[in-house]
Write a protein that binds this ligand. Structure first.
Ligand code: E4P
Length: 224
């Protein structure tokens, strides 16, 4: 399962890019506004694109097909390898169909049910983003929904890549990987938390202390 970072924060994206285990970025209007409500969206997106050099989903804000397609054109004029993020609404499906006919990748967002996921795939979505955290928020077990979507994909042979989105903690990452999601898009904080364990820290501390002790003993032995 690939990992994307779900943010519009430049420093966080830079850090992930340096670490080398993240292959893409997803953004949405809320994430952009969270960083800076006055942000120049085009500049910010181009900055992100330069840093990550991999997948970058940029979301449209129109709710009609024509408007979405116009925005997609605009985003593609910024950088041609953009993935256009389209909301899971009927007008969005028509936009996905049209973009797919023109070989433009799309990421259908705000997917909460297997039937929405299938509709997005049938319209020609490249990626389908199933929102885990928001499902759990309404007491709908997200792992069950994602498992069902992945089982359907296996049975039906859908090509669209499944993104586990709205990730809140490491257990979501494990559930997504077990279900068979292709990608998880993860907030920076959760990504960093997923890398650590107290035993890794104490273990490393001990290794370094023992190495220092060894060096000191060796210096003593050779009379330095
Ligand atoms: C991903 O593409 C979505 O924008 C994101 O995962 C939403 O997450 P949230 O539910 O934490 O806002």
């Amino acid at each position: 399962m690939e990992l994307y970072v779900d943010t519009a924060n430049i420093e966080h994206i830079r850090h992930c890019a340096e670490l080398g285990f993240v292959s893409g970025v997803t953004t949405n209007p809320s994430l952009l506004a969270q960083e800076d409500p006055n942000v120049d969206i085009k500049q910010r997106i181009l900055e992100i694109h330069k840093l990550i050099g991999g997948h970058l989903s940029v979301e449209v804000i129109s709710t009609d097909t024509k408007g979405m397609l116009k925005e997609a054109d605009e985003i593609l004029s910024w950088f041609p390898d953009a993935t256009i993020k389209i909301p899971m609404i009927p007008a969005g499906l028509a936009a996905v169909k049209e973009l797919n006919n023109n070989d433009i990748p799309t990421n259908v967002t705000l997917v909460f049910t297997p039937t929405q996921a299938m509709a997005a795939a049938n319209a020609g979505a490249t990626y389908v983003s199933v929102f885990m955290g928001r499902l759990d928020d309404i007491s709908t077990p997200s792992n069950e929904v994602l498992n069902t979507v992945c089982d359907i994909w296996e049975t039906q042979g859908y090509d669209a890549l499944i993104i586990a989105a709205s990730i809140r903690h490491s257990q979501h990452l494990i559930d997504a990987a077990l279900a068979g999601a292709d990608i998880a898009t993860v907030p920076y904080k959760v990504l960093m938390q997923s890398l650590g364990h107290p035993l890794t820290e104490t273990g490393l501390k001990q290794f370094l202390a023992d190495y220092d002790r060894m060096q000191t003993e060796r210096m003593k032995a050779i009379g330095v």
